[in-house]
Design a protein around this ligand. Sequence first.
Ligand SMILES: *[C@@H]1O[C@H](CO)[C@@H](O)[C@H](O)[C@H]1NC(C)=O
Ligand SMILES: *[C@@H]1O[C@H](CO)[C@@H](O)[C@H](O)[C@H]1NC(C)=O
Ligand SMILES: *[C@@H]1O[C@H](CO)[C@@H](O)[C@H](O)[C@H]1NC(C)=O
Ligand SMILES: *[C@@H]1O[C@H](CO)[C@@H](O)[C@H](O)[C@H]1NC(C)=O
Ligand SMILES: *[C@@H]1O[C@H](CO)[C@@H](O)[C@H](O)[C@H]1NC(C)=O
Ligand SMILES: *[C@@H]1O[C@H](CO)[C@@H](O)[C@H](O)[C@H]1NC(C)=O
Length: 658
Amino acid sequence: MISDAITKTGASTQFQVFPLKLHAALLPQLSTMLYSIIVSLGWGASALASPWSLVPRDKNPLYRNASACVDDRVEDLLSRMSLEDKVGQMFQQMLRIGENYTVDQGSPGNWNSTKAMVLDKRMKHFNLVGTVDDARRGAEWYNQVQKMAVEDGLGIPITLSSDPRHGFGLTVGASLAPGIFSQWPETLGLAALRDPVLVRTFANIVREEYVSVGIRAALHPQVDIATEPRWARVYGTWGEDAHLTAELITEYIKGLQRDEIGPRSVTTVTKHFPGGGAAQGGEDSHFTEGQNATYPGNNLEYHLISFKAAFKAGARQIMPYYSRPVGTDFNSVGFSFNKEIVTNLLKDELGFKGIVVTDWGLVTDGKLGKFPWPARAWGVQDATEGERATMIIEAGCDQFGGEERPELVVDLVKSGRISEKRIDESVRKLLKEKFLLGLFENPYVDPDEAERIAGNAYFRNLGEETQRRAYTLLSNKDDVLPLKLASGSKVFCEGFNTTKLEARGYKLAENPEEADFALLRLKPPYDPRNGTIVGAFGQRTGTLEYFPEEKKRQAAIYAAVPTVAEIFVDRPIAIPEVVEQTRAVLASFGSSDDAFLDVVFGDAAPEGKLPFDMLRSDEAALEQMEDVPFDTRDPVFKFGHGLRYKSACEASKGHSCQ
Ligand SMILES: *[C@@H]1O[C@H](CO)[C@@H](O)[C@H](O)[C@H]1NC(C)=O
Ligand SMILES: *[C@@H]1O[C@H](CO)[C@@H](O)[C@H](O)[C@H]1NC(C)=O
Ligand SMILES: *[C@@H]1O[C@H](CO)[C@@H](O)[C@H](O)[C@H]1NC(C)=O
Ligand SMILES: *[C@@H]1O[C@H](CO)[C@@H](O)[C@H](O)[C@H]1NC(C)=O
Ligand SMILES: *[C@@H]1O[C@H](CO)[C@@H](O)[C@H](O)[C@H]1NC(C)=O
Ligand SMILES: *[C@@H]1O[C@H](CO)[C@@H](O)[C@H](O)[C@H]1NC(C)=O
């Protein structure tokens, strides 16, 4: 390998020696030749300065020796890295798959090419955006990118990460479509099943599918506690109870990482420290209006319970949230800028020794579609980019998420603002993770294996079964469910593909008035915030009640025909009128149309119990405190509520039917 003979400090992929540009293929011979001259002349490395730098090196450097101890390998590699190489490790940016699974060429003015980031910017950590809908081609794409990294410079492999991609949430910047992978309910659905063994199985499957296509880091679990019902990100949590969350995420982390981090592990980034749940007014801190985390109940401690469990389970990486604490003794700046949070609380008090990666986009202003999107530098908006980066490093963070500004940090080191020793501290941890994941020994994946593993029938079946089981039956008047309709009955349908319903022998009704029954799959209520950046981002936030016109529209259906309503309960929505006016209400936490029909007609039975209290109204949301669980007045349904089908109870002889 070229890189074993030459250390280059420049950012170009061509090797500039004197005024000559050399073709890479000539370099091995040339470098051997130069090496002999250097050795025979007795030059030391110090004699080799600008404009070119050529340092003789061992053929088998210690860092490449798989039998050597990892800490020694890290030190050896670190000693060979330029400042640019080191700082490149401290950035993790989004990576796209190019058209037809080619290496992405970038989009001028929008995003940079893979090559520019991997080679010029020396970056080796990326989160995959976009769907993998073909395992073989996904694996082949990954191998191409990896080859670029491995054949360059010191041959440091990339680590590919991902936001969750096994559910239904599909919120920009928070989760992705599953594509080829098996599809499961959201984590709220796993919380509804209260089954630690199932969570471990799920995590093992996520790990196997990820690893098969080269994803080795999970930007999850999201262990925030859903104490604020309006918050758009409740859907990615494990509910309102910190102790249930702690129990389940322990299994999740162990499933992804395994007992020891190793060549088949996925390292986890537990987020968002110290809990994103206390969002003031329920607004999310991706945006200016949601920048405050607030603790009117003085209850920050409750939000740390799940993090303590994650540390005990061996969580290797942590992501602080965007929010800044207000009304506390802490400095009121964003958590990643906050030394009191990252160094004093996280590291000193809670003893966390792993990697701290910031949430995405804290330094550089950007845009989202037509909207300007300022850096999430809450509390430090007036600081320069360099000052922001300095604060993040001084707070104790190791890596900048969603940024690609190595030159900014290189300048901070060159100007003496940040010491290289401090850079080394973070880079050491980041390199160690790559060694432990076995990426130096096995940088590539096997496309055959990817095809066999990702989305195989067994994984898919378990995911589909879990979608069905996680359904939570909120109401069921006169045991109308499971539904028994005479063949040929006319059904008014909304919100799903009716082909399979017709295949069951029912007819479709054009309108409620001529129907014998109605089956509705309803979207949950939220404020679409049309014409704002929040709306463009697609967050389901704000109101927990349907708008008055929608209530009226639904009421007309319910008055005309007996109805079963099913709703994707992504937050503790306030739907007392739906419960009152329908025959039955099913809460889904992410499920397919097939799963819906199976549960309605009794081919599968709902087993879920609510992972949070469901609110009575928006007024009740205003009255409760952002940081306190289970403090809503007169909830329509309590945490743990979930009815059973009579038939399922009878079948399970003696088991509690609740
Ligand atoms: C690799 O490291 C092991 C353990 O330190 C050592 O015994 C071995 O000689 C090394 N191999 C090479 C090729 O340097
Ligand atoms: C992608 O594949 C399609 C179909 O083979 C082809 O028409 C198209 O030109 C390809 N695009 C690129 C960028 O290779
Ligand atoms: C692409 O890289 C250039 C050069 O470093 C930088 O100025 C620009 O901000 C980058 N683009 C994005 C979208 O980050
Ligand atoms: C955040 O809290 C600060 C301090 O309490 C307050 O001045 C500011 O108005 C709040 N910002 C928002 C967007 O609510
Ligand atoms: C509905 O489902 C059937 C098969 O189940 C499928 O063939 C059809 O394309 C689907 N229709 C839509 C609009 O997705
Ligand atoms: C928001 O926009 C969507 C279409 O983009 C539209 O259907 C909806 O009625 C709008 N809602 C409000 C409250 O303006």
